[in-house]
Ligand binder design. Structure first.
Ligand SMILES: Nc1nc2c(c(=O)[nH]1)N[C@H]1C(S)=C(S)[C@@H](COP(=O)(O)O)O[C@H]1N2
Ligand SMILES: [Mo]
Length: 536
């Protein structure tokens, strides 16, 4: 009778399969955890399930948990969920013993449920399913592999004992090709390695998320010093009186975001350091505390992306707080022949900014604040560059950690290596914000409105042409500074039917915005913005 064999009682033969199930599930969660930590913290299925569980827990149970476990309540929740999950996964492994395909499908179904939990969280989208999908694939692969090893192990042992409670279908009845010890060892090594990878991925993922949570907490707690030189308050009337215009100051949450970072770098300001070096008389490094102790300055600057198409929205206006790069350069004392500052970010992006632009008196900043707050993580926390008049790709390095004074002849930057122009002054531009393209507006008169910019020079005139009529001067809203965009408006009334309007601006140098269409590559789009709309 099999039960009496002390070497391998039949009931105990299930344990390698139960263990396979539990280890495969641990791998699923571990891989998902590390992927979410690298990719986006909100995409963690573990956190999502925990949060969903907290949401559906009745209040009395929550109160009970807090009473009994205090601040450890979340830990207790996570550990209990883990125990339940491992027990279920062990059952899954036992199912896999006889019906591997069914168990694989169940494993996929579990991944789908975890994905649903992720999607049920606020602020998650389809892309946030990526970690769960990766984890699911790893889990199913591990389950299949370990269950096969477990069968081989069982078969090699069972071969000596005649027909007992049969081995699984895969190796059923076949004489083992391997010796029992070898099969046992292979299973143990396979299971052990997978378990180690699962635990390491889980621990690594949790540790990484803890670091990023720390960056968020530090940012939230940070109080920036006031500016030594404050920005002049905005004059009244910077917003054009056209209903539906975007705000003159772009709220941080609406500010366009462009970068190459798959995961937003999370930098603890206490470890941040800026290295200033290269063709300078004095090389130095600057800590965040040292930076905050310098004479900070505020300025209004409209940032613009070189990839902004004609009429596009890749531009935003904010009040920046920072240390003038001109003062930083004065301390470093660039050497004769240097003509460029190569700025590099913590994640390896780089931008080449003409040294001349950083020393000609414009408000180029090593910025720490945006609209009265520390920089948002996505906009470069803790420190970025802001340079009026240059597209972001050659000047606005976020998460900046290195400034090398060098020469255009010697060094190139991220986007210039990819076919974009070495220099990127912002082109004179204007757009129509209202009406929107193909909008239907009621008859009886309306106000057209829009935005124009020519950073460092200023906008002097905006003209609008409706239906190929005469160019009419729009009314300019108040100007904040030459480095900010300027809104405009025009009262207009037209017959019902289809219409089109186009716009062009003239800057303070007398340059008229060109009608010539240029693509965004290599140095920014040009041409007049035109919208079609309908009066009903
Ligand atoms: N580290 C880093 N900084 C960067 C970029 C980037 O990809 N990585 N993109 C630049 C580009 S192309 C632009 S237009 C601006 C956009 O800044 P924002 O995302 O704060 O609007 O950041 C610049 N700074
Ligand atoms: Mo950009």
């Amino acid at each position: 009778m099999a039960m009496t064999r002390h070497a391998e009682p039949g009931s105990a033969r299930g344990w390698p399969f139960a263990a396979s199930g539990a280890i495969a599930a641990a791998l699923l969660l571990g891989i998902a955890e590390i992927a979410s930590a690298l990719f986006s913290p909100v995409s963690s299925p573990l956190v999502a399930v925990g949060a969903a569980f907290i949401d559906i827990t009745p209040a009395w149970l929550k109160d009970f948990a807090i009473d009994v476990f205090g601040t450890a309540d979340k830990l207790v929740l996570m550990v209990s969920m883990g125990v339940v999950a491992l027990a279920l996964a062990a059952v899954l492994g036992l199912i896999a013993r006889r019906r591997l395909a069914l168990a694989s499908v169940l494993c996929a179904a579990i991944a789908v449920l975890l994905g649903a939990a992720v999607l049920s969280r606020p602020a998650t989208g389809l892309l946030d399913l990526l970690p769960t999908v990766l984890g699911g694939v790893a889990g199913i692969a591990a389950l299949n592999w370990l269950v096969r090893l477990a069968h081989r192990r069982t078969a090699s042992i069972g071969a000596g004992s005649g027909p007992g409670p049969g081995p699984g279908p895969t190796e059923g009845g076949a004489a083992p090709a391997v010796r029992p010890e070898a099969a046992r060892r292979t299973f143990l090594i396979g299971a052990g390695l997978t378990a180690v990878v699962a635990v390491a991925a889980m621990a690594g993922g949790r540790a990484l998320s803890a670091v990023s949570t720390a960056a968020v907490a530090t940012r939230d707690a940070l109080r920036l010093p006031g500016a030594r030189r404050r920005a002049a308050p905005l004059p009244p009337g910077v917003g054009a009186p056209a209903p539906g215009m975007p705000p003159f100051v772009t709220p941080n949450g609406d500010f366009y975001r462009i970068d190459t970072a798959l995961a937003v770098p999370r930098i603890d300001p206490s470890t941040w350091e800026l290295r200033v070096h290269g063709m300078v008389e004095e090389e130095f490094t600057l800590s965040f505390t040292e930076l905050l102790e310098l004479d900070l300055q505020e300025s209004w600057v409209t940032l613009t992306c070189v990839s902004n198409p004609v009429g596009g929205e890749l531009a935003g206006n904010a009040k920046w707080l920072g240390y003038p790069l001109q003062d930083l350069m004065a301390r470093a004392r660039p050497q004769e022949g240097a003509d460029m500052v190569l700025s590099t970010s913590a994640d390896g992006f780089s931008a080449s900014t003409p040294l001349e632009v950083l020393t000609d008196g414009r408000d180029a900043l090593l910025a720490v604040g945006m609209n009265g707050e520390p920089l948002p993580l996505e906009h470069g926390f803790p420190v970025r560059m802001v340079v009026p008049g240059l597209y972001g790709y050659v000047s606005a390095t976020k998460w900046v950690v290195d400034l090398e004074v060098t020469r255009f002849a010697d060094k190139t930057a991220y986007w210039t290596d990819r076919g974009w122009s070495e220099r990127g002054p912002i082109k004179l531009a204007s757009r129509i914000d209202v009406p929107r393209g193909f909008e239907a507006v009621p008859a009886g008169g309306m106000v057209l409105g829009g935005t124009a910019w020519s950073q460092t020079i200023g906008i002097d005139r905006v003209q609008v042409q409706v239906d190929d009529g005469a160019w009419q001067d729009a009314t300019l809203a108040a100007e904040a500074t030459v480095d900010t965009w300027r809104q405009w408006s025009l009262d207009w009334e037209g017959e019902p039917g289809n219409h089109k309007a186009r716009v062009r601006a003239v800057n303070r140098d007398g340059e008229v915005q060109t009608a010539e269409r240029a693509d965004t590559v290599p140095d920014g789009a040009s041409g007049w913005h035109e919208v079609q709309f309908r009066v009903e």
